[in-house]
Design a protein around this ligand. Sequence first.
Ligand code: HPA
Ligand code: ZN
Length: 319
Amino acid sequence: MDLESFVAGMPKTELHVHLEGTLERDLLMRLAAENGVDVPLPEGGFTDLTSFLAQYYPAMRALVTEDDFFELAWAYLLRAAEQSVVHAELFFDPQAHTGRGVPFPDVIGGYRRAIEKAQRELGVHADLILCFLRDLSAEHAMSTLMEALPYKAWIVGVGLDSDERGNPPAKFAAVFARAREEGFLLTMHCDIDQPGSIEHIRSALLDIAVDRIDHGTNIVEDPALVDLVRERGIGLTCCPISNGFVTDDMKAAEIVQLLRAGVKVTVSSDDPAYFGGYVTENLLALARAGDLSEADLVQLQRNALEVSWLAPFRRDRLL
Ligand code: HPA
Ligand code: ZN
C-alpha cells in the first residue's frame, strides 16, 4: 500500500486544532456577507506567529450567530470524518467572540450542537478545550473561566493560546489552579522558537503542572525536561505544517528525535484553513520530511489516543 493510502485510512485522533483556525475562505466570505460585516480576507504570507495572529483574529468577525459557530464546527467535523478521525479535541477562543459582544452561550452552544450531530451522524467523537487568550489579562481569563462553569459538562479542559511574547505561563497560574480545582484538564501552547520558549516549557511543567503541552518541541534544548515528560507520559501536540509557516522549519528533526526518545509526541493540524493541511496532510508531511515508517505513524497515532482526554472506557476501546 502506498504511503498516502496508508495515512488516509488510518483511524486518527487529533488533539491540536483550533475551531476558529478551520474557517475556510468560502465559509468566511459567506458568513461575512450574511452578517453584513466587513472582514479583511486572510492573505497568507505569514512569517511568524505574530503575522499569522494579525490575520487570524480579524477574520473571526465573520462569526456572529449561534448558527455560524455550528456551521464552522460542522464543516470541520465533516472533514474530520473524511480523514478517518475518530476523536478530536477542539480548541476554541471564547474571548475572541465575547470581546465583540457575542454571548458565550451562543459560541459554545453552536459548537456543542455540531459535536452532538457528528457523534450521531458521522461516528466522530469530539470534545471542547477552552483556550484563554494570553495577550489579555489574567483577570479576563478568570472571568471567562467563571462564565464557562455552567457548561463544564461540555468542556474537557483548558488551554492557553495567542501571542506568547511577554505572556509567560506564570501570568495565568491562578487561573489554571482554579481550572484544576474545577476538574478541568490542563494544557497550554509553548510555541516554537519564541523568546523564552524553554523557560515557558519548564514553568508549564513545574509550576502549572500541565497534563499536555501544545507544540513544545523546543524541549529538546533541555534533556532533563525531555526525561521528565517521558517519565510523566506528558503528550506534546506537534503541528508540522504550522511550524513550517511560523518558523520556516517543520521541526521534523526535533519531532522525530522526541519520538525515538519515547516521548508521547502526536501530530495535529493547528489552523488548517490558514496553513493548508488537515491531519492527514500533516502526517504525510512529517513522514516525508522525517523518513518515517508505517510503524512510526502508527506509534504517533497510538500516542495521540494515549494522551487524549477521552474517558478510559472509550479510549481503551479505540486503542
Ligand atoms: N499559537 C498560538 N496561538 C494560536 C495558534 C498557535 O499555534 N493557533 C491559533 N492560535
Ligand atoms: Zn495552536
